[in-house]
Design a protein around this ligand. Structure first.
Ligand SMILES: [Zn+2]
Length: 86
């Protein structure tokens, strides 16, 4: 909800939505692929690896998103072939 457009900064265009630390934390904790969320690292449920986040911003989501790109464990569901010996 934006109701204050009084600040005159015409040259600066804020394109990225600003999220607070609390919002990013809530986002990560709500993510089913996150096993454990900490301010500077997130544990991936898929591959059980700790994904390092930014050391400057708490709960920085960017690196977690990047991890999703190359972490196959979160999307790959191993098919267990039933073994029928009869
Ligand atoms: Zn992973």
């Amino acid at each position: 909800m934006i109701d204050t457009e009084s600040t005159a900064t015409p040259s600066v265009v804020e394109r990225r939505p600003r999220r607070t630390v609390a919002e990013r934390q809530a986002f990560l904790e709500a993510d089913a692929r996150v096993e454990e969320a900490q301010p500077d690292q997130v544990k991936c449920r898929g591959c059980q690896n700790w994904v390092r986040l930014s050391t400057k911003r708490q709960y920085e989501l960017q690196r977690w998103y990047r991890h999703q790109d190359y972490c196959k464990a979160t999307t790959y569901v191993p098919l267990v072939k039933p073994v029928h010996l009869n």
